[in-house]
Design a protein around this ligand. Structure first.
Ligand SMILES: Cc1cc2nc3c(=O)[nH]c(=O)nc-3n(C[C@H](O)[C@H](O)[C@H](O)COP(=O)(O)OP(=O)(O)OC[C@H]3O[C@@H](n4cnc5c(N)ncnc54)[C@H](O)[C@@H]3O)c2cc1C
Length: 320
């Protein structure tokens, strides 16, 4: 079975039927992530369009489950690119989903002083000291490791950290109004000692920002998945055609236009979810209602992965 068919099967037969229950759980029950691993989807296809169809299919099943799973792939790519002993030790386990990963680096996009910094330890043994924080780290308790990024002058230093509280690393759960089951924490580091074997790499900050730009498209497919689910629920060919147009824009996007496509995808998800709420009448806002969940998910997609460019486009399109 192709990865896309596997994702569609999981979404229709397992994730969507249970999505409201998963959303209401304190943490995504592990069996849903296990099912994704068993379907071989902890290793995304290399083909960009195929990977996109996997992401949007799963997102239209259960966004919160997909969101936890989605973090993993940056780590797989980073460890594969690092090669050497790190890849020998981790790559197979990550690709099979036996070891699962979160990420802690989006705040490095913030303008101003870096939220996390790294320096070589004065001990001279090749270990590193990590200081600062990551304001959002999803999947705590569900992942084994975290790919963390920290600034050193004009570089980003990448580490593969164990996802557990330890001397120098503290996690505090953030209560969320949407996707709360994602078990998102604020992670703080106070001279955390990272051994040299857990160094993934060092990269120029500007190179990372260029690379990071195209990650926006992947995030856009989460919104496409939610909007596509709304189109199915509304049985609306008009909405379906709009979703398809956005899907094509994201598929074709380049660094120069990916932010606008990503912003428009999240706005479409908001409009689509609002239509599901309106069409359902009062029962849309009963606790546990699918319509209310989709609306909260769409709200979340406005701000998750938001950049200055995306925010500017969103507020302009909303008439502000
Ligand atoms: C629930 C949740 C879970 C997340 N999980 C993860 C995770 O697991 N790992 C991870 O790495 N990240 C995660 N993120 C981070 C995600 O990618 C961020 O939403 C994104 O990076 C924006 O972060 P922010 O809203 O905290 O930005 P903020 O820094 O609060 O900024 C808000 C907006 O204002 C803009 N802005 C801020 N300062 C300026 C300025 N001086 N000039 C111009 N514009 C400015 C920003 O670009 C952004 O658009 C998560 C976020 C959320 C909401």
């Amino acid at each position: 079975m192709s990865p896309v068919d596997a994702a569609r099967g999981l979404a229709e037969e397992l994730l969507f039927p249970d999505a409201d229950l998963i959303d209401a759980a304190p943490v995504v029950p592990r069996r849903y992530l296990d099912a994704i691993a068993e379907a071989g989807l902890y290793h995304l296809p290399d083909n960009r369009a195929e990977a996109a169809r996997v992401i949007e299919s799963l997102a239209g099943g259960s966004l919160v489950t997909t969101f936890v799973w989605m973090q993993h792939h940056s780590t797989v790519r980073a460890v594969a690119a690092a090669g050497g002993d790190l890849a020998d030790e981790w790559l197979d386990a990550l690709r099979s989903g036996r070891q699962r990963s979160g990420i802690a680096y989006a705040a490095l996009r913030r303008p101003g002083p870096p939220p996390a910094t790294a320096e070589l330890s004065p001990a001279g043994d090749g270990s590193w000291l990590l200081c600062g924080f990551a304001p959002w780290v999803t999947g705590w308790g569900l992942v084994d490791v975290v790919l963390a990024g920290a600034r050193r002058r004009n570089e980003v230093v990448w580490f593969l950290l164990d996802a557990k509280c330890t001397v120098g690393q503290e996690a505090r759960r953030v209560a969320l109004a949407a996707l709360n089951a994602s078990a998102t924490v604020r992670l703080a580091w106070d001279r955390l000692v990272v051994p040299p074997q857990r160094l993934v790499g060092v990269e120029a900050y500007d190179d990372w920002r260029r690379r990071d730009l195209m990650g926006m498209a992947s995030n856009g497919y989460l919104a496409v998945g939610v909007a596509a689910r709304c189109a199915v629920l509304l049985e609306s060919p008009t909405l379906d055609a709009e979703v398809d147009a956005l899907r094509r824009r994201l598929d074709r996007s380049k660094p120069s236009d990916v932010a606008s496509a990503r912003a428009d995808a999240s706005l479409l998800a908001v409009r689509a979810a609002a239509a599901v709420v309106a069409a359902g009448g009062g029962k849309s806002v009963e606790a546990g209602a699918t319509a209310a969940r989709l609306m909260r998910e769409a709200t979340f997609l406005l701000v998750f992965g938001q950049t200055t460019e995306i925010r500017a486009r969103q507020t302009a399109e909303l008439g502000l």
